[in-house]
Design a protein around this ligand. Structure first.
Ligand SMILES: Nc1ncnc2c1ncn2[C@@H]1O[C@H](COP(=O)(O)OP(=O)(O)OP(=O)(O)O)[C@@H](O)[C@H]1O
Length: 551
C-alpha cells in the first residue's frame, strides 16, 4: 500500500466524529491492507514496533524540525518550522503546510529511490531509525527522516511527522483497533481482546484473526522473554472486597517498582518494568535471585529497596536504578534491592493466565521458596484490619485485597485487585510546561506545570509544583526536561508531555485558573515516575472522582 493512500484513509478516519463509523473505516482499511496489515494496525496506534517492544524512535521536536526544514528546501530553516509550530499548535499541520512535493523533491535533492513511498518502506526506515544509537545517531536520524519527508506528499507528511513525534491523535485507541479487527474478520471481540492481552501486538493479532480466525486467536500464547502488560489494581476497602467475594486474599502492598521477570534456564533472564522497558541491567540482584529456577517461568512482583536491617525504603530508591543504569555497581553497594514475587503467569510451557489466583500462587510456591509476598485468605473485616496494621507497622505501603478465584487479566485495572493505602494522596501527573527559576536557580527550570490525562494524547493543566525539590534534584530535572522544550515565551516554556511526576497535595479545588477546571492546593513533588508513560498518568476522570468522593 502506498503511504499516500494510507494517509488518505487516515484523514477520513480522523475527520469522522462517530466511534462506530471510525471502527468501520478502520475495519475497511484492515481488509484492504493485504500484506501491510500488521504495519497498518500498529501505525494507526502511532507505533512502529509491537507494544511489547519498548524500543522508541527517540525523535525529539528539534530533530524533526531539522528534517522537515531540509525537505522543505533552502528557504526554510528549523527555526521557521518551530515558529510555524507555535502558530499551528501541532506538528502535523506544520508538515502539511510546508508543501513537500513528493517526487519533485526527489529530483531536487537527488535522492536515490524513485519509487513512491509505501507503508512498508516507512516501516522499515523507521525501524532502522529506532535502532540507531550512540555517536552519529542524530545525523543518521535526520537523514532517514529527511529521506522520508522528501518522498512524501503533503498529507503523508502530516501523518509522518505526527508518527515520529508520537502524536498520532487520530481518535483511534486500542479499543477501536480491537473492535475493528473483530468487525473486519468476523471474529468475536472477546477473542481479539484475549489475544491482544497475551500477544501484546495488534499487528500480529490482526493477522491471526484474518488468516486463522477464532482458532488462531485462541492459540496465542505467552512467550518467555516477551513482556505482557501488568494486571492493575483499583483503590478499594475491606468492605468492598467482602461485599464482592466470599473470601479475600490479603497481601502486603510493597512500595517498590513493579517488575515482570522472564527466566529461561536454557537461555536468558530478562526483567521488565511496568511500562515494559527492559530493566535487566539495572536489577542484577533479581536476575541472581531467580537463577536457580530450573524451568522457564514468567513471574510478576515488586522490586523493593531495603536498608541494612532489611526494612523497606521508599520506592524512589528502586526507580533511581532505572534512570542511571551505568552506576548500578555503585548503587548496589548503597542500596539493596530484593524481589517480592506475588504472581506467576507461566511455568514450564503452561500459561496460567486463566488459572485462579490461588492456583497461580501454588505454582509460584513450587518454583520459588523464598521472596514470596505473604498471602492470607480471610473472610472478615477484623482480620483484614490486622493485616493492614501489621503491614504498615513493618514500613510497607498498605495491603492488596485480591479475589482468590480471579484470573490474571493483563493491562486491566479491574475489580479483582483492590489496593488499600492509608490516606496519603498523590496523583501521577504529566509535566507539560515549566518556568525558569530566579536568583540562585536561574539556570534551572524551577516551577513545573502539571497536567492530567484527558484521553488520546491530550492533557489538561491542573497546577504547578515547585515545592519539595532539592537543588540537586532540580538540576537533574532541568537536564531531563530541557531537551523536551517546544516553545518559550519569557520565562515560561512549553514542554513535550513525556515525563510523569508523582505529586502530593492537600486538596483539589474547582478553579478557572487551569484548563482542567481544577487546581491542586499545596502541591509538593514526591518523585519522577520513571515507570510510567504519560498514557499511564492519572486522568481528569480520576481527579473528578476524587473531588466527588470528598464532597
Ligand atoms: N502484593 C502486591 N500485589 C500486587 N501489586 C502490588 C503488590 N505489592 C505492591 N504492588 C504494587 O502496587 C501496584 C498496584 O497498584 P496500581 O495498579 O494502581 O499501580 P500504581 O498506579 O503504580 O499505584 P501505586 O502508585 O499506588 O503503586 C502494582 O502495580 C505494584 O507495583
Amino acid at each position: 500500500m502506498d503511504f499516500a493512500d494510507f494517509a488518505d484513509r487516515v484523514a477520513a478516519i480522523e475527520a469522522e466524529p462517530a466511534d462506530l463509523e471510525v471502527t468501520s473505516l478502520v475495519a475497511d482499511l484492515f481488509v484492504d491492507a493485504g500484506a501491510d496489515l500488521p504495519v497498518v494496525a500498529r501505525l494507526l496506534l502511532g507505533r512502529v514496533v509491537p507494544a511489547w517492544d519498548s524500543t522508541t524512535l527517540d525523535v525529539g521536536p528539534s530533530l524533526c524540525h531539522e528534517a522537515l526544514a531540509r525537505a522543505a528546501g533552502p528557504n526554510v530553516t528549523a527555526d521557521d518550522v518551530a515558529d510555524r509550530l507555535a502558530d499551528a499548535g501541532e506538528i502535523g499541520a506544520v508538515a502539511e503546510s510546508l508543501d513537500l512535493d513528493g517526487q519533485q523533491g526527489l529530483a531536487a535533492f537527488g535522492a536515490a529511490d524513485p519509487e513512491p513511498l509505501t507503508v512498508s518502506a516507512v516501516d522499515s526506515r523507521l525501524r532502522d531509525l529506532a535502532a540507531a544509537d550512540g555517536a552519529g545517531s542524530h545525523d543518521h536520524k535526520v537523514e532517514v527522516l529527511f529521506g522520508l519527508f522528501n518522498r512524501a506528499d503533503s498529507l503523508s507528511a502530516r501523518y509522518l511527522a505526527r508518527l515520529v513525534l508520537s502524536e498520532m491523535r487520530i481518535g483511534v485507541g486500542e479499543g477501536i483497533v480491537r473492535d475493528a479487527i473483530a468487525e473486519a474478520f468476523d471474529v468475536p471481540v472477546a477473542a481479539v481482546e484475549r489475544a491482544l492481552q497475551v500477544e501484546n501486538d495488534c499487528g500480529a493479532v490482526a493477522v491471526r484473526a484474518r488468516d486463522e480466525g477464532v482458532a488462531g486467536l485462541d492459540a496465542a500464547e505467552l512467550v518467555v522473554g516477551r513482556p505482557v502488560s501488568a494486571m492493575l489494581a483499583q483503590a478499594g476497602t475491606a468492605v468492598d472486597a467482602l461485599d464482592a467475594w466470599e473470601s479475600v486474599a490479603v497481601e502486603t502492598k510493597f512500595d517498590g517498582a513493579r517488575v515482570q521477570v522472564h527466566h529461561d534456564p536454557a537461555g536468558d533472564t530478562r526483567v521488565f518494568s511496568r511500562n515494559l522497558e527492559d530493566v535487566t541491567d539495572a536489577l542484577p540482584e533479581i536476575v541472581e535471585f531467580v537463577a536457580g529456577i530450573d524451568v522457564p517461568v514468567i513471574l510478576d512482583g515488586e522490586a523493593l529497596a531495603v536498608d541494612d536491617a532489611g526494612d523497606p525504603l521508599p520506592f524512589q530508591e528502586v526507580l533511581r536504578r532505572f534512570r542511571r543504569k551505568h552506576d548500578v555497581a555503585r548503587m548496589r553497594e548503597e542500596v539493596t534491592v530484593e524481589f517480592r514475587a506475588f504472581d506467576c503467569l507461566h511455568v514450564d510451557g503452561t500459561d496460567l493466565l486463566d488459572a485462579p489466583l490461588l492456583d497461580r500462587r501454588e505454582r509460584l510456591a513450587d518454583v520459588l521458596s523464598d521472596g514470596l509476598s505473604p498471602l492470607a485468605v480471610v473472610d472478615d473485616a477484623e482480620a483484614i484490619a490486622d493485616h493492614e496494621a501489621a503491614a504498615l507497622d513493618a514500613g510497607h505501603e498498605g495491603i492488596m485485597l485480591k479475589n482468590p478465584d480471579s484470573t490474571y487479566t493483563p493491562g486491566k485495572r479491574g475489580q479483582n485487585w483492590l489496593k488499600r493505602k492509608p490516606d496519603v494522596e498523590t496523583l501521577d501527573l504529566v509535566v507539560t510546561g515549566a518556568e525558569w527559576g530566579e536568583g540562585r536557580r536561574a539556570n534551572h527550570l524551577g516551577t513545573f506545570l502539571l497536567s492530567a490525562r484527558v484521553g488520546n494524547g491530550e492533557f489538561a493543566t491542573i497546577g504547578k509544583v515547585a515545592t519539595g525539590i532539592t537543588d540537586e534534584r532540580l538540576a537533574e530535572l532541568s537536564d531531563r526536561l530541557e531537551p523536551l522544550i517546544r516553545e518559550q515565551e519569557g520565562t515560561e516554556v512549553d514542554i513535550e508531555p513525556r515525563v510523569v511526576f508523582e505529586v502530593g497535595y492537600e486538596e483539589i479545588q474547582a478553579s478557572p485558573t487551569y484548563g482542567s477546571g481544577y487546581a491542586l492546593r499545596f502541591p509538593r513533588f514526591v518523585a519522577v515516575r520513571e515507570d510510567k508513560t504519560p498514557a499511564e498518568a492519572d486522568s481528569l476522570e480520576r481527579v473528578e472522582r476524587l473531588v466527588g468522593e470528598r464532597s
